[in-house]
Design a protein around this ligand. Structure first.
Ligand code: SF4
Length: 323
């Protein structure tokens, strides 16, 4: 049995706060979600999926006191570290625990295999601030996509939903992945829930330029419609808004989803290596594409018109209210 640490794996230097168990040793909590979840044993997961190296880790925490744009929530919940979607503009990279991991964002993912145990512990935490209770607002996720490709095999987000169902928090899910439709049976059982779909543009060529590893736009919109048809409340996040080709048609299609919340935001400016903001590369592409804040405001007004009365297009932190 060989013990490996994250910092001995390619692309993992600097992630010393995360400790791997010995090879092949699965913690008992990994298959202990309430309804006999389909969680996969960690050794069954691939070591690589798409562009990303996959590792299973014990995380220090899973429910984090919310702050910043999510401050109206009690907790944020990130089942994974890193994100296999690796969007060009992603500001979440700046929250990776080392500059090495920031620089290689999109090429590594950690599966927090002790997540279920941590959520169970939070239900009996002594401090009110750390305790997960019914109707607490939980945002899943802020610095990863809970339905990124590895979820198809790990089933970790599904197991987390099973555990959260016991508590019934006010759950907001943020994703751009159609994998979320797999869990409609669970999502429908939450008393207060909203699934926010991120759709950044109407153009496949723009998507391929800024977020080539993400699902196609039509696939996302179809998945959002499927959830809505199944009775799961949805939101639409045009955030960050990338160049839009046909704002009228796009707005009409978004309107037809009958989402309970629409939110948008211009790409955050680059703020340097150690602060959240868009990457220099994303900003460079925006300039090449002639995508300016004035253009954004013009498209935003067209979308407001197309969404029609009674539907607001909120901006930035005004959106993302708890479910
Ligand atoms: S899906 Fe979200 S968290 Fe993942 S890389 Fe893209 S913007 Fe970042």
């Amino acid at each position: 049995m060989t013990e490996r640490r994250n910092d001995e794996r390619p692309g993992w230097r600097g992630a010393k706060q995360l400790t791997l168990l010995p090879d092949g040793e699965a913690p008992e909590e990994f298959d202990s979600s309430p309804s006999g979840s389909t969680l996969n044993p960690w050794e069954a997961l691939p070591v690589r999926l798409g562009n990303a190296t996959i590792a299973s880790v014990d995380s220090r925490s899973i429910l984090t006191p919310a702050s910043g744009f999510a401050k109206r929530y009690k907790f944020t919940l990130n089942p994974y570290g890193g994100c296999g979607f690796g969007c060009e503009y992603c500001y979440a990279r700046f929250f990776a625990p080392s500059s090495d991991l920031q620089d290689t964002w999109g090429s590594w993912v950690t599966v927090k295999r002790n997540a279920i145990r941590l959520i169970k512990q939070a239900q009996t935490a002594r401090s009110v601030a750390g305790r997960l209770e019914t109707d607490d607002a939980v945002y899943m996720s802020t610095v990863t996509d809970p339905y990124q490709p590895i979820e198809m095999q790990a089933h970790l987000t599904r197991a987390i939903l099973e555990e959260l169902l016991v508590v019934q928090p006010r759950l907001t899910i943020q994703t751009r992945s159609p994998i979320v439709t797999r869990d409609i049976d669970l999502l429908r059982q939450f008393r207060r829930i909203r699934v926010n779909f991120t759709v950044t543009t109407d153009s496949e060529s723009v998507r391929l330029r800024y977020e080539p590893h993400c699902p196609a736009i039509n696939v996302r919109l179809d998945a959002a419609a499927e959830l809505a048809t199944a009775g799961v409340p949805i939101g639409v996040s045009i955030s960050p808004m990338l160049p839009i080709t046909d704002a009228v048609s796009f707005g009409q299609r978004l309107s037809g989803l009958n989402a309970s919340e629409y939110v948008t935001q211009f790409l955050k400016p680059a703020r340097g290596r150690f602060s959240a903001g868009s990457t220099v590369e994303a900003i460079r592409k925006m300039k090449e594409d002639g995508w300016t804040e004035q253009q954004y405001q013009r498209i935003r007004s067209v979308l407001v018109d197309q969404l029609g009365p009674g539907r607001r297009l909120l901006e930035g932190t005004d959106g993302y209210a708890p479910a």
